[in-house]
Design a binder for this molecule. Structure first.
Ligand SMILES: [Zn+2]
Length: 458
């Protein structure tokens, strides 16, 4: 008599009850595969989970990586250090972006550990980095790239493919066939009416959909980012002020450049110099130049090849900071937790002529969050700086679908999934989406909790 075969189990090791640390461990007839391998970020209690290790690291044969954001790929070098010797599958753009992002992450961790040792505030003696640059290079050797729509067979009776989901360049949902059953992982789902990304493709028919729920409780602003930028920049230009834009390196910086150049070409704002003062954003832009055909607007190719100045070295950056003439500067980091934007802010944030535009989500505890909450001063470089600049938070830019967009995406599918499990969301967001989807589609919807195990029998 044969043992029970064709049993698939899923364990939610991260990105359940939270938006970081995405990791779902699949076990199909004894073969272990991880979908995403993200780093926990934010609160200390979450970050500490990065140190706990993954029990099955040596037994996992494959990692399927939906996209290059740190909360989906940031744990990979640590997994390799723990003995994972298998293959990391992703699209070619994801591989290029993951290299940039993981090397940056290793550098930050090495610097943080060195700082903790210098100031002796770490519990670990000496303080350690979760992984270093060497670990990243080792891990990159295990990457294997696949085009969208290319089927991969990681084991008997198992196959999967990536389908473009419009979140960031290279990102994809995963359609996985295990025996007779089909599971789709949405990954982070993009916008239904995006600016520069292609729209998410249709969801393929499946028995189970694992759907993200980051904005399950929200609707994005209907304000046009073009109108908001136009008004703010024209005000700053009138008073001859600097325009400083702290921005994320992947997708957001390129989106901002696109918005600005479009406004200039339509003569809605005056032509002016744009400086991209972020080596990481510049490296990402370089990748997008090579893969521009993945982006929605054909004119982006032109935009990405010229028309703005990339500042790579520190000395040039300092020169730009000291230039008195009005200019637009895009620099990291996106939430002003560090990076070159601090030097620009040091020179200009106390000048009422300056405009600071925050184009992304600002997490509580960051300087960006303080600015959006009308802080009268912010501290950096060991000093308090009076905030006299005009602060504008740009609404409506997001790489994630909101609640209605997720419903719209599901309605476009030829067939609804048999059931849905929600992950990648704070508990309130996931639960709001659960209620909405049950109401709208009358199919079973469940919210994943940390370490929850789900067994599918065939
Ligand atoms: Zn993402």
């Amino acid at each position: 008599m044969s043992l029970k075969t064709n049993q698939l189990s899923l364990r939610f090791l991260g990105g359940a009850g939270t938006v970081t640390g995405s990791k779902t461990l699949l076990n199909f007839n004894g073969q272990k595969i991880l979908v995403d391998c993200g780093m926990f970020q934010g609160l200390k209690s979450l970050r500490q989970q990065n140190w706990a290790g993954l029990e099955d690291a040596e037994e996992i044969t494959d990692v399927i990586l939906t996209h290059a954001h740190l909360d989906h790929c940031g744990y990979l070098p640590r997994l390799v250090r723990q003995g994972f010797k298998g293959t990391i599958h992703c699209t070619p753009i994801t591989a290029r972006l993951a290299e940039i992002i993981l090397l940056d992450s290793a550098k930050i961790q090495e610097e943080d550990a060195a700082e903790a040792n210098r100031k002796q505030y770490s519990k670990h003696k000496p303080a350690q980095a979760l992984y270093n640059t060497k670990d990243v290079y080792k891990c990159l050797q295990q990457f294997q790239t696949h085009a969208f729509g290319e089927w991969m067979v990681p084991g008997p009776d198992l196959r999967f493919q990536f389908i473009s989901n419009g979140h960031i360049p290279g990102s994809g949902m995963v359609e996985l066939h295990a025996g007779e059953k089909v599971v789709v992982f949405s990954g982070d789902l993009g916008r239904m009416h995006p600016l520069i990304m292609p729209k998410p493709q249709k969801m393929p028919p499946c028995d189970l959909l694992i759907l993200e729920s980051t904005y399950g409780d929200r609707l994005h602003s209907v304000l046009s980012p073009f109108d908001q930028l136009e008004e703010a920049i024209n005000r700053a230009n009138q008073r001859k002020g600097q325009v400083l834009i702290p921005s994320f390196a992947v997708e957001r910086s390129q989106e901002i450049i696109y918005l600005l150049l479009k406004l200039m070409s339509e003569k809605r704002i005056a032509r002016q110099k744009i400086y991209l003062d972020s080596p990481m954003a510049a490296a990402v832009t370089e990748v997008l130049r090579d893969f521009y055909h993945f982006l929605r607007e054909p004119e982006l190719r032109e935009i990405l090849t010229s028309q703005f100045e990339v500042i790579s070295d520190h000395r040039a950056s300092r020169t730009i900071v000291s230039m008195a003439e009005p200019k637009i500067v895009i620099a990291g980091s996106g939430m002003i937790t560090g990076g070159r934007i601090l030097h620009h802010l040091e020179a200009h944030i106390s000048d009422p002529k300056t405009l600071v535009i925050l184009p992304g989500f600002q997490a509580p505890g960051t300087r960006g969050h303080s600015l959006t909450h009308h802080a009268s001063e912010v501290k950096f470089f060991g000093k308090y700086h009076a905030v006299r600049a005009e602060i504008v938070q740009l609404r409506g830019l997001s790489a994630h679908a909101d609640r209605e967009e997720m419903v719209e995406w599901l309605k476009k599918a030829d067939k609804l999934p048999g059931r849905i499990v929600l992950n990648h969301g704070e508990p309130h967001s996931s639960d709001c989406l659960r209620v909405k989807l049950e109401h709208e589609f009358h199919i079973p919807v469940r919210v994943a909790s940390a370490n929850m195990e789900l067994v599918l029998d065939f």
